[in-house]
Design a protein around this ligand. Structure first.
Ligand SMILES: N[C@@H](CCC(=O)N[C@@H](CS)C(=O)NCC(=O)O)C(=O)O
Length: 202
């Protein structure tokens, strides 16, 4: 399998962590996903021009991270990271959605900060995105006592979202949520997390 990859993408990391937990390696194809200067190599197969985009061994092109993670789970026999239909599955998928939504807001804030010219910066919009991040963190803190030692699509997505805040928003102070922080310390020590740490290009 090959994957359009970025060393700082939290969505790519989610796929790599899921793959590592299931025993899959993916060849990393360097790419430069960017919403303004679009990487035409990615666009050629994924019109959204986003990473992760996966090339399966039997010729399929899959995106986005949710589809890829589910594909990897099925390839590994199924119901490893995604529970079978029932309450547990819908809860894990909702955890994934909250983590991905937090990331969508954080990524928009990041793009706004690094790409938008200063004179076009719209503060209320930035504040709205930040409020999504803070309300998502508060909800994660209330859920954290239930995470235990679970390794599934919910906890993987949440860990990758928190790791991205550490990478791009080190002043966010999300560790004020102490139950979430204690859980993350344990989860981020997993080999799958250690082997996929973000690398900031020099
Ligand atoms: N919903 C997508 C989000 C992927 C995403 O936002 N990727 C970012 C990098 S972290 C990207 O490719 N940005 C470039 C763009 O949006 O054009 C997923 O789960 O994979």
């Amino acid at each position: 399998m090959k994957i359009h990859y970025s060393p700082t993408s939290p969505f790519v990391r989610k796929v790599l962590v899921a793959g590592a937990e299931l025993g899959f390696e993916m060849e990393r194809l360097p790419s430069a996903a960017n919403p303004v200067t679009r990487d035409q190599t990615i666009v050629a197969t994924n019109p959204l021009g986003q990473v992760p985009t996966l090339f399966t061994d039997d010729g399929m092109v899959l995106y986005d991270s949710r589809v890829i993670c589910e594909y990897l789970d099925a390839l590994a026999g199924g119901n490893r990271l995604f529970p079978a239909p029932g309450a547990a599955r819908w809860e894990r998928l909702t955890e994934q959605s909250l983590a991905d939504g937090l990331l969508d807001a954080a990524l928009l804030m990041r793009y706004e900060r690094v790409m938008r010219p200063d004179e076009m910066f719209f503060k209320p919009w930035q504040r709205g995105q930040h409020e999504k991040v803070t309300s998502a963190l508060a909800r994660l803190e209330s859920w954290a006592p239930g995470f235990g030692e679970r390794v599934d699509i919910g906890t993987i997505s949440i860990a990758c979202a928190l790791a991205y805040l550490d990478l791009r928003f080190p002043d966010e102070g999300w560790r004020r949520h102490t139950t979430l922080a204690a859980w993350y310390e344990r989860f981020s020590a997993r080999e799958s997390m250690q082997r996929t740490e973000h690398q900031v290009p020099a």
